[in-house]
Design a protein around this ligand. Sequence first.
Ligand SMILES: Nc1ncnc2c1ncn2[C@@H]1O[C@H](COP(=O)(O)OP(=O)(O)OP(=O)(O)O)[C@@H](O)[C@H]1O
Length: 624
Amino acid sequence: MYISPFKQEREDEAHSLKEQIRKWWRNLHGAVVGSARVFRLVWGTSPKLTIGMALVTILQALLPASTIYVNKLLLDTVEHAIVRHSEIALAIRTIIILAIVQLLLNLGGSLLSTLMNIFQQALQDRTSNHVQYLLIQHANTLDMAFFERSESYDKLHEVQREALYRPVNMISSTFGLIRSLGTFFSMVALLVQLRWFLAVLALLAPVPAFISDARYGWKGFKLARSQSPLRRMMYYLVNLLTIDDYHKEIKIFSLGDFFVARFKDLAQRFMQESQQLVTRRYLAGFFWGMLTTLTSSGTFLYVALEAIYAHISIGDLTLYTQAANSVQSNFQNVLSGLSSMYENNLYLSTLFEVLEMKQEIPVPAQPRPLERPFTQGIEFRNVTFRYEGKEEPALNNVSFKLKAGETLAIVGRNGAGKTTLVKLLTRLYDPQEGQILVNGHDIREYDPEDLRSEIGVIFQDFVHYQLNVQENIGVGRLEFIEDRVRTTQAAEKSGATEVVAKLPHGFDTVLGRWFEEGHQLSGGEWQKVALARGFMRDSQLLILDEPTAALDAKAEYDLFVRMRELTLNRTAIFISHRFSTVRQADHILVIERGHLIEQGSHEDLMTLDGRYAELFNLQALPYR
Ligand SMILES: Nc1ncnc2c1ncn2[C@@H]1O[C@H](COP(=O)(O)OP(=O)(O)OP(=O)(O)O)[C@@H](O)[C@H]1O
């Protein structure tokens, strides 16, 4: 059967209209539910300020109708006095009283808007701090996998950009809505007394403008979402050019202009897309707004004619025109309040989405306590792990055992899967297949926090905390963050003592360049400080991911002399590309593209004459 494309289009339109209405309803419902959630959030920030705002709103709602009514009374009194000269004295007294009431109402109005500004600003600051607090507190409970998804960054970025001010916006639009509704109904009551049909007209005129505005609000949100990666890239470029860590390389490779040009390019694209939408939004607003203006002018003309024919008084005329204008503008406020609630709700739904995300690594209901000391070491049983979105496993069917108190070295080329093994052992991820046992039990039986507290890890890309040395080392064990004796001991173990000795305020020197009087360290010095952090813990398992990569030959030698003592009776794992380090381990794993291809002691592996022997000889070659 042939279906005319036009008919099809109309059917599509009808279908989409139905869909649209359904969507509208859903969105309106969402906005109301959303506003309840936001209200709880803002209330949680400051109940007093929220109540203050609510009270001011109610008073503000009733003010315009009162002012207009007093105006009417004033004009009617004047008209009476002009017509009937005999009652002039009484009229003057009434006018003075009414003028005082009007003055008080005006002063009251200014006072209320001043109070509103104060409450709103105070609530705004508190709420954005509160939201930021909730956000970092929640982010702290999320897993590594969450932080590795680009859409997580988009959402976090959107939340940081929008969700800090939107809750108070939402509340003020809700209160604004209540205020407009209050004023609106009081005005309608005034208006209906005179001519009901003008009230209806005033009601209907702003509807198209509202529909158009809400539609553009939705489009704006969709655009902001789709532009999120673009914005993040811009943000990243700003970071590249403003953070000291990157500056050196950018200067030497003369990359500055290149990145600035890229930023400019992106900014232009970004501006073009969003400006087009903003222009269309305001033009549509202007166009539909004209309808309201026309209605308002028509009303005025009609009422003026009614006054000329003496169907209504002069007081009625002013009441009528002011009330009609006010009904229109307040109805428009109600509708745009709804549309802005809806828009705010879209952005805030991302905040709640992030806040509702749950930790994916399951924690057992009744975790098994970890024994001290470990008696059974570590075992990987047929462990296979794939990163999200990757086909090839980063670790494929890996099995090995390590006795308690032994040292293990892991070698392999870049990207072989060494760090991944450590991440699995510390439960930053769970393997898809196989089991990891610590002290004879699957690590999933332990509380991840307990497990991690028994492990001291220093990753290859450790954090350069822009804090003082004491804290940089102390964060290794928070309960002793201020304990100078312990941090000094840890620094001795890692070789950081000589670094500290050179600093102007010793342990109290702030490291890095971000804060005032910050002192920058060299790569190897930072590594010694980070290592000290690892030694702060009296953990049963020490893991060092390329601990000597940034150390000079003497520092590396010293560290390993100490390491023997330090790891005595303690299980230790280190990842290293330096075979002088690796050969000292009790057990060595050779990993290649996720597979464990060889394992044993240095002597075993040299006798085997396989990949380990090949790599070892390759590294030894230049020294022969
Ligand atoms: N977060 C991640 N998401 C997806 N893939 C990852 C992630 N981290 C690592 N990979 C991939 O997993 C593989 C193993 O990475 P891993 O970091 O374990 O290697 P590595 O042996 O420690 O390398 P290197 O010696 O360079 O530090 C690599 O192919 C890497 O691209």
